[in-house]
Design a protein around this ligand. Structure first.
Ligand SMILES: [Mn+2]
Length: 322
C-alpha cells in the first residue's frame, strides 16, 4: 500500500466512454479487462476492492448532434461536449469521493477523455495532485488546433484550464486546474503542428521518445520525479494511454504510432511510480478490443493488448520482479 493512502482499499471506476474519438469498441475496455481477471489480480497484490462503479452511458450515443461551438480554422467543431462533459462529471464525483476516502482510484476507459473526470475529480479532493501522462500524443489540443474535434485529443487542455475561454457549460464543474508544474508527459511522439506551438508557449514538461532514447527511461523518470517533487512529496496520478506502448506490444488501440515504449520501458514507468509510495490513482485507457476482434486472424493482437494492460496495472499496484 502506498503511504499516501489511508487504506489498502481500491475503488474501481468503469468508464466505458467512446465518444471522445471516432471508433466503436473502446467502450468495451472495462469489461474485457475485468473478464480477463483484473479483480483477482488486484486482490492477489494485497488490495481490497472497495466500490466497483460503472457510469451510466445511456445518453452517450453517436447520433447526438455536435454542439453549437463555432467551427474554427480547420472547419471542425468540438464533438459531443455536452455528453462527454456530463459523463466526465459522473466520473469526477466518484473519483472525488474515492480520493477523499483515502483509497486508490483505478479508472478504466474508455477513451482518454475519461481522464478529465478522473483527474478533475481527484483534483477537487487533492489540489496538489501530480500527474504523469503517458501517451503517444500531446493531448493538448483546443478546438482551434484540433484537426478532428475529438475530445480525447484535448483532455490536458481541459485539465490545465486552457479550455476555459471556450466556455463549455457542461465542463463548468471542473474547478481546480492542473498547474504545469504538476504535470509531466512521457512517451510522446505525435503532436499536431499547432498543438506543438501552444505546448511550447505554455512551457509543458514533455519527455518525448527522443529524451527516452537520450537518457534512458530510468533517467527520464528521475527527471520527471524531480519536477513533480520539486516542492516536496505530493500524491501522484498515472494516466496511462495504452497507445504510449509500441504497437508491436499493444496493437489493439485506435491511434497507433510507431516508435513507442518497449515492453520493459512501459513497465518501468509504472514500477518506478509505485516505488515512490505516492501513487494514489491510475487511468488505463484506449484499449479497443474490437480492433483486434473483427478479423479472427487478429484475435492474438487483442489478447496481447489486454494482457499488457492488465500487467501495467499490476506494476502500478506494486508488483515487482524481485
Ligand atoms: Mn491519450
Amino acid at each position: 500500500m502506498s503511504p499516501a493512502l489511508q487504506s489498502n482499499l481500491l475503488n474501481l471506476i468503469r468508464a466505458p466512454v467512446a465518444l471522445g474519438q471516432g471508433l466503436e469498441g473502446v467502450d468495451e475496455g472495462p469489461s474485457i479487462l475485468i473478464e480477463n481477471g483484473l479483480i483477482g489480480m488486484v486482490e492477489s497484490l494485497g488490495w481490497k476492492l472497495g466500490n466497483d462503479s460503472e457510469i451510466d452511458i445511456r445518453n452517450l450515443t453517436w447520433n447526438s448532434p455536435a454542439a453549437d461551438v463555432p467551427a474554427h480554422q480547420h472547419g471542425t467543431r468540438i464533438k459531443f461536449p455536452k455528453e462527454l462533459g456530463e459523463a466526465c462529471q459522473d466520473i469526477a464525483r466518484l473519483a472525488e469521493a474515492s480520493s477523499k476516502s483515502g483509497a486508490f482510484t483505478l479508472t478504466l476507459g474508455g477513451d482518454h477523455s475519461v481522464a478529465i473526470g478522473s483527474i478533475g475529480g481527484a483534483l477537487l479532493a487533492r489540489p496538489d495532485l501530480g500527474v504523469i501522462w503517458v501517451d503517444a500524443h500531446g493531448d493538448f489540443n483546443t478546438p482551434e488546433t484540433s484537426p478532428s474535434g475529438n475530445i480525447h485529443g484535448m483532455p490536458l487542455a481541459f485539465l490545465t484550464g486552457h479550455m476555459e475561454p471556450y466556455r463549455l457549460p457542461s465542463f463548468q464543474w471542473l474547478k481546480n486546474h492542473l498547474k504545469l508544474e504538476q504535470l509531466v508527459l512521457v512517451g510522446i511522439r505525435s503532436i499536431d503542428p499547432e498543438e506543438r506551438l501552444i505546448m511550447k508557449k505554455w512551457g509543458v514538461h514533455v519527455f518525448s521518445m527522443t529524451e527516452i532514447d537520450r537518457f534512458g527511461i530510468g533517467g527520464v523518470m528521475e527527471q520527471a520525479k524531480q519536477i513533480l517533487f520539486r516542492s516536496g512529496p505530493r500524491p501522484l496520478h498515472l494516466s496511462y494511454d495504452i497507445d504510449a506502448v509500441d504497437p508491436h506490444f499493444a496493437p489493439s488501440t485506435g491511434t497507433k504510432v510507431r516508435g513507442g515504449l518497449s515492453y520493459r520501458e512501459a513497465h518501468f514507468v509504472a514500477e518506478c511510480l509505485a516505488e515512490t509510495g505516492s501513487l494514489v490513482g491510475m487511468d488505463l485507457v484506449e484499449i479497443n478490443p474490437r480492433l483486434g476482434y473483427v478479423d479472427p486472424a487478429h484475435r492474438e493482437e487483442r489478447n496481447v493488448t489486454v494482457e499488457v494492460g492488465l500487467e501495467l496495472i499490476a506494476s502500478a499496484l506494486g508488483r515487482k520482479i524481485y
